[in-house]
Design a protein around this ligand. Structure first.
Ligand code: MN
Ligand code: MN
Length: 305
């Protein structure tokens, strides 16, 4: 069950209203690296988790992310609180009100469409979507995804901290940013508590391909590093050795039933191109200046337009 405590996880003290800053903060409310995405990612993972320790951790962190959602949403609400009242009460003349709402980014949309409430959109007004959650139900995959998500959330908070000089906002964002660092550490420990944890799943990789590095982009800028050279790698530079690496002919084939084959041959024959004809087309008939070389309408040969 969920319960709600009226005290925030971190005190929100905003010095002055600022609708443009509010729209930037929406990135962490309804954006892909935001708190709702984080909460839903860990909550759904927790529901299906079999390991009691990981299940407990995922519920703890999912609930903390919901608490972060409340903090960042409160920051948005406080930053919009000035224009919200002015808009609702038409407290200024039209031009002043227009300027107050339209301070940059999506601030006018937030003010007019959402009445200054934090909406589940990102800073560009794109609606939140469950497609932000990429869980796959394998803990080694999902923990790696969670680690990456926490590192991205940390960076977005860092950028948001860098665009505001409001000390209260900076401080609350600094708390949220730091908690993402802590979550990354927990997820890393949980990942490495599973041994082995690489590769994911149960099927082993095929040994003849697991250590190959295919140098498929060749030319100036070719570089060597520990990711493609050295003792653990077998570099494949020769283009001929990069094709049909199984030793086969590199063709795609399938066994067809007699009925399937007959239908395909009929389709092939019906749609076959006649390469000996040079038909007059609509482009030839209508050609004017700029059309380039086309066939003369009487089929007499090339026409330059
Ligand atoms: Mn968070
Ligand atoms: Mn987090």
């Amino acid at each position: 069950m969920f319960m709600h405590n009226k005290r925030l996880m971190y005190t929100v003290r905003v010095s002055e209203t600022n609708p443009a800053l509010a729209t930037l903060m929406l990135e962490q409310f309804g954006g892909p690296q935001g708190e709702l995405a984080a909460a839903m990612r860990y909550f759904t993972q927790a529901l299906a988790e079999e390991d009691p320790g990981r299940r407990d951790m995922l519920f703890d962190i999912a609930t903390e992310e919901l608490s972060h959602l409340e903090v960042i949403g409160s920051i948005v609400a406080m930053l919009n609180r000035g224009v919200k009242g002015q808009m609702a009460e038409a407290a200024m003349n039209e031009a002043e009100l227009y300027l107050a709402a339209n301070q940059g980014g999506e601030s006018h949309t937030t003010s007019i469409l959402f009445g200054g409430a934090p909406a589940l959109v990102n800073s560009a007004g794109v609606p939140w979507t469950a497609a932000y959650i990429d869980s796959i139900g394998d803990p080694t995959c999902d923990l790696r995804s969670n680690i990456a998500a926490e590192s991205r959330a940390k960076i977005v908070y860092e950028r948001l901290i860098n665009v505001t000089d409001d000390p209260g906002v900076k401080e609350a964002l600094g708390f949220l940013m730091t908690r993402e660092v802590a979550h990354q550490k927990s997820f890393e420990k949980a990942l490495y508590s599973i041994t082995p944890n690489f590769p994911s799943g149960k099927l082993p990789g095929r040994p003849d391909f697991a250590d190959k590095y295919y140098n498929l982009s060749q030319g100036p800028g070719d570089q060597q590093g520990p990711w493609n050279s050295g003792e653990q790698w077998e570099r494949v530079d020769e283009p001929e050795d990069q094709m049909a690496v199984d030793g086969g002919d590199g063709e795609a084939t399938v066994q067809l039933s007699a009925a399937e084959e007959a239908a395909l041959l009929a389709m092939k024959s019906r749609l076959a191109s006649t390469v000996t004809d040079d038909p007059i087309t609509g482009a030839d008939l209508g050609a004017g200046p700029g059309a380039g070389t086309t066939t003369a309408p009487d089929g007499s040969g090339a026409r330059r337009n």
